[in-house]
Ligand binder design. Structure first.
Ligand code: PMP
Length: 301
């Protein structure tokens, strides 16, 4: 089988995976999700992704019908069933089937879906030439509206930004806060390099605190680079020496142009390159093994 889907305790082929049209995840975007990678049979930062999934659920008062340890087992089982050694995992927990009113009390049990499928990335060529991004006109919601810390099924704000990037022929869309500070991209966090130091927008601005972002902040520290979470404007980005994006899909991706302004010398920068290599090395060195654990479990019967 290439790809597998877990739906409420059952693993099936992707063609067979279905949920109710009355599910409030479908009707209202009422739910949470994660995006996780499998590198050569190891799930990268699995514990961190599960923790963020349950934190998102906790914030929206969504009770996940299985404990984190069982979620972890279900994810491992689904990856194993997929037969894929390199894959993308999409756990989704939605409010579950209800009626046509938005009141979540009408939804008895949350729906749990885990999709494991092939991974789609920026092409290798994009890492060599660097990405071109544009600032979207739509702003990131303020943290007291829909807090970006929640990885919720409400991604329309991000989708609208992505459409703007598509229309501009750009690789990604940068989003600002209501006040005009740099926040994050439609599906990635953003970093700049200035005077040998890294800056990334502070988590309280209403961005998703990316797991790749956190890993890069740690790697930067290990490499002796100063890394700071800050509040800054487009001016800082336009005049930075380097810029890069981080995300589960993007890993560490160089940006060479923002809103038609060349960043640095217009080529992927050396610090970006170093962090990209360090990150890729981390993905190969760490992670929860999927297939070896299966062998042990099978032997025990
Ligand atoms: N911001 C947004 C809006 C995202 O959807 C994502 C996930 N693709 C990220 C940032 C990056 O987060 P992570 O490194 O955990 O994938």
């Amino acid at each position: 089988m290439s790809g597998a889907v877990y739906v409420n305790g059952r693993i099936c082929k992707k063609e067979e995976a279905t949920v109710s049209v009355y599910d409030h995840g479908f009707l209202y975007g009422d739910g949470v999700f994660e995006g996780i990678r499998v590198y050569d049979g190891r799930i990268f930062k699995l514990e961190e992704h599960i923790a963020r999934l349950y934190e998102s659920a906790h914030h929206i008062l969504l009770e996940v019908p299985l404990p984190p340890a069982a979620m972890k087992d279900a994810i491992i089982e689904t990856v194993r069933a997929s037969g894929l050694r390199d894959a993308y995992i999409r756990p989704v927990v939605s409010r579950g089937p209800g009626d046509l009113g938005l009141d979540p009390r009408r939804c008895r049990t949350a729906t749990v879906v885990i999709i494991v499928d092939a991974v789609r990335l920026y092409p290798q060529e994009a890492y060599e030439r660097g990405l071109r991004i544009v600032t979207a006109t739509v702003r990131r919601p303020a943290p007291d509206t829909l807090n970006g810390r929640i990885k919720s099924l409400n991604y329309l704000n991000n989708v609208l930004a992505r459409i703007e990037a598509n229309q501009a022929g750009a690789d990604e869309a940068l989003m600002l806060t209501r006040e005009g500070y740099v926040c994050e991209c439609s599906a990635d966090n953003v970093f700049l390099v200035t005077g040998g130091a890294l800056w990334t927008p502070a988590a309280h601005l209403g961005l998703l605190r990316g797991i790749t972002r956190d890993a890069v902040l740690l790697l930067a520290g290990e490499q002796g680079l100063a890394a700071e979470e800050r509040v800054f404007t487009l001016h800082d980005l336009y005049t930075a020496g380097e810029c890069f994006l981080t995300g589960t899909g993007a890993e560490v991706a160089p940006v060479v142009e923002v809103d038609g302004r060349r960043i640095g010398d217009g080529r992927p920068g050396p610090i970006t390159h170093r962090l990209n290599a360090a990150f890729r090395e981390l993905t190969r060195r760490t992670g929860t093994p999927v297939f070896t654990q299966g062998v042990v479990k099978d032997e025990r019967g």
